[in-house]
Design a protein around this ligand. Structure first.
Ligand code: ACM
Length: 259
């Protein structure tokens, strides 16, 4: 399966401009089966307050941004995961959408909100779960979820092959260190699609990456600038949870000793 990360710098508060910015980048990713975009790719990130975040949110079922990605998927037989400022009146969520040629087929709402996000968004209320796309089980997380190993385990125990993680990271180097480890201890692929650029007082750290089930970094982008990372991976590797001939990543767990 060809997996692509589009690392770019969304324009704050302008969904139409973000579509225009994504068009040439998606053009380069036309061959990919699965494309992952950063967190809040429709709206930008650093809202001054809840009203501003709400004004820039969109109902996914009535969103030009989501429609644009659906038509890309129809034309190219692709699947896209995008971060999305989701309006579910009267609430808003920091969400990830899974889109294919039939439209939106999966949704995740960020469970672990970071800093000022707590003043803008409702915490996620959907159980993390994989969605089946042509036999590949795709799960979604968003950015600061990287701090919580439990959530990678929850997805992996449900048979997830690839965890797609739209992000707007600001703490240099931390998630990029953790994510290959989450991939390794669950023996899954993790696709971290981070953004670059600045918004108000925040600098985003780039270095998007695709990590494999052995903890290897298969590809990584630079810290600055727009980049399209594309790799071809053998997804079935994620189905093999053996660590040695006597050790299985899940069957060797002793949950009676853990919180
Ligand atoms: C983050 O969760 N956007 C750092």
């Amino acid at each position: 399966m060809k997996i692509t990360v589009i690392q770019f710098s969304p324009v704050f508060g302008d969904s139409e401009k973000n579509i225009a910015r994504l068009k040439p980048l998606l053009e380069k990713a036309k061959d990919a089966g699965l494309i992952v975009l950063p967190e809040l790719a429709n709206s930008g990130y650093n809202f001054k307050d809840k009203n501003e975040a709400f004004r820039l949110s969109e109902d996914p079922e009535n969103s030009v941004f989501a429609e644009f990605l659906t038509s890309f998927c129809i034309q190219n037989n692709s699947t896209v995961v995008t971060g999305f400022n989701e309006r579910a009146d009267p609430k808003i969520y920091n969400s990830a959408l899974l889109i294919d040629r039939t439209g939106i087929i999966g949704k995740y709402r960020k469970i672990h909100l970071f800093m000022n996000e707590k003043e803008c968004f409702e915490p996620g209320n959907l159980m993390p779960r994989p969605f089946d796309v042509d036999g590949v089980k795709i799960g979604m997380l968003v950015c600061f979820d990287w701090m919580f190993p439990e959530i990678y385990r929850t997805l992996s125990l449900q048979g997830t092959d690839v965890i797609c993680q739209p992000s707007n990271l600001v703490l240099p180097g931390k998630a990029q260190k953790a994510i290959p480890v989450h991939a390794m201890i669950n023996r899954v692929f993790v696709v971290l699609a981070n953004r670059t650029g600045t918004e108000r007082n925040l600098i985003f750290t780039g270095n998007s990456l695709i990590a494999g089930p052995n903890g290897e970094i298969i590809a990584q982008a630079s810290s600055k600038g727009e980049e399209v990372l594309m790799v071809d991976v053998e997804i079935s590797v994620s189905k093999n949870k053996m660590i040695t001939q006597n050790n299985h990543a899940f069957d060797d767990r002793r949950p009676e000793f853990y919180f």
